[in-house]
Design a protein around this ligand. Structure first.
Ligand code: HEC
Length: 211
């Protein structure tokens, strides 16, 4: 059976260039390089971290990328999307004011879209929305070898974070943190990047609530 299919496939492949070459060659030559140049670029996407997420808090976002585009962002748990304004070429800014119906937590995913000429580039916010104690310690300890984004993308329990640190030490050569240092880093990771609520439920499980 396989041989028959292979033979057939080979026959099709062999026949293809005869049919498609005269048509695709000129089209590809023109379209492909132009499309690559037009794909929007996002060079940076940040938030001014706040102390608390509560109704009335303003979240200020900046996005840097291809000028002349249309930039929007979506915060998990937020009831509205936000359109950013291009305040100078390639700089997009916007403020989201938290409302009473929003359920935004420190680890809510924030996704930005930059659209230019019908092509869209997406970027996930790599930082937490909230400035927590231990943030600098965690950055210092974890971004020596890899982007902090690799850490910020995760959502784990304290136990899992602890295992993660052990894994960094055992397998990746991280110098073990001193006990007090490790506590500060774990406190921060646990509070800022807890396990994410199931998609679509819109809720966030308080990591301190009894289970
Ligand atoms: C000495 C180097 C080093 C340090 C310091 C370090 N890591 Fe890593 N980490 C690695 C390497 C190497 C990988 C694997 C890289 C990859 O998959 O791209 C990794 C991957 C990870 C991953 C992804 C694991 C997965 O399953 O995909 C997490 C989460 C992580 N590190 C957390 C941390 C945290 C939290 C800290 C700070 C407390 C930290 N790392 C510090 C070297 C390090």
């Amino acid at each position: 059976m396989a041989t028959t299919r292979q033979t057939l496939a080979a026959a099709v492949v062999a026949a293809l260039p005869l049919v498609t070459l005269p048509v695709t060659a000129p089209v590809h030559a023109q379209e492909h390089p132009r499309a690559a140049r037009l794909a929007p670029r996002i060079d940076g996407f940040n938030v001014d971290e706040v102390r608390r997420l509560e109704p009335g808090t303003e979240l200020n976002f900046d996005l840097y990328g291809t000028p002349g585009g249309y930039a929007t962002l979506r915060i998990d748990g937020a009831t509205r999307n936000l359109t950013l304004t291009e305040t100078s070429p390639g700089t997009y800014q916007g403020t989201y004011t938290i409302g009473t119906h929003d359920r935004i937590n420190p680890a809510s995913a924030v996704t930005a879209n930059l659209r230019v000429n019908n092509m869209v580039t997406t970027r996930l916010l790599a930082e937490s929305l909230v400035r927590g104690p231990g943030r600098d310690d965690a950055f210092y300890a974890c971004s020596a070898c890899h982007n902090f984004k690799l850490v910020a993308q995760q959502g784990m329990t304290r136990r899992q974070w602890e295992d993660s640190l052990q894994w960094m030490t055992d397998r990746h050569g991280m110098s073990p943190l001193k006990a007090d240092e490790q506590k500060v880093v774990l406190d921060y990771l646990e509070a800022t990047y807890p396990p994410r609520a199931p998609a679509g439920r819109g809720g966030w499980q308080n990591p301190f609530a009894p289970r």
